[in-house]
Write a protein that binds this ligand. Structure first.
Ligand code: BGC
Length: 261
């Protein structure tokens, strides 16, 4: 637990499910005030709120599609209006779907880029604008992936969005470091979330993915939420512009394990 997170206002995009949900619950456990954002599934967002309230935390749910600029502006504004300020913006909403690159339509491409990259840019921009105008040494955390580093056939849109996030984060980190605003990425590997549920329910596919992880297991959403809490806390006060990979070693060229090569 990080004492300084108590009372901090945290907006998490795409937090009605998956990694976003795990982070919402973790920040509530840290006694932060959480804005749970969802795009369409209000019931899921409400059940996250229930869980947070049961644990004695404070949260509201706000509907916004991160691909719609005005909705992201309103999302950040509702956090400020409801809780009086903003301290941490986590751009987590993301999509992925496999399509052979030569068959990928522009619609497929744009849907992923608009959500994963442009959505994270709008969220970052709105948070930073507030931090600059109000002299807040705020924190932006973007959800990247091991695929900001590892190429991923059938997911060219996804890999391009995460590669984009890497340099977007580094650029913003450099630009706003003099104001004490920190911007970092988390790079999860294979994590047990609904986005991967189908893949990991199949024992063959699961074992195949596990064989690509030196630590030998699929990560838990809580293991990503723990990284987010640390990056948002003052324990990481000198850290900016990084991607913190939490991937069980997936980015370490696992095919070289056991001295192969
Ligand atoms: C994706 C997962 C995938 C993992 C490792 C993540 O960014 O969301 O679906 O299993 O990368 O390839």
């Amino acid at each position: 637990m990080y004492k300084d997170l108590e009372g901090k206002v945290v907006v998490i995009t795409g937090s009605s499910t998956g990694l976003g949900k795990a982070m919402a619950i973790r920040f509530a456990m840290e006694k932060a005030k959480v804005v749970v954002n969802y795009r369409s599934k209000e019931e899921e967002a409400n059940s996250v709120l229930e869980e947070i309230k049961k644990a004695g935390g404070e949260a509201i749910a706000v509907k916004a599609d991160v691909t719609v600029e005005s909705e992201v502006v309103d999302l950040v504004q509702s956090a400020i209006q409801h809780f009086g300020k903003l301290d941490v913006m986590i751009n987590n909403a993301g999509l992925e779907n496999p399509v052979p690159s030569h068959e990928m339509t522009l619609k497929d491409w744009n849907r992923v880029i608009d959500t994963n990259l442009t959505g994270a840019f709008i969220g970052s921009r709105e948070a930073i604008k507030y931090f600059v105008e109000n002299n807040v040494k705020g924190n932006v955390i973007n959800m990247s992936s091991v695929h900001e580093k590892i190429p991923w056939p059938l997911f060219v849109h996804y890999a391009a969005s995460k590669g984009g996030i890497k340099l977007m984060t580094q650029t913003l980190a450099m630009e706003y470091a003099p104001k004490g605003i920190r911007v970092n990425n988390i790079g999860p590997g294979a994590i047990n979330t609904p986005i991967n549920a189908e893949k990991f329910a199949d024992p063959v596919q699961r074992a195949d993915v596990e064989s690509m992880i030196p630590m030998g297991y699929i990560g838990k959403p809580e293991e990503i939420a723990a990284v987010a809490a640390w990056l948002a806390s003052s324990e990481s006060s000198y850290v900016t512009g990084i991607t913190l990979f939490a991937d069980g070693g997936m980015t370490l060229y696992p095919s070289f394990q056991a001295g192969r090569g």
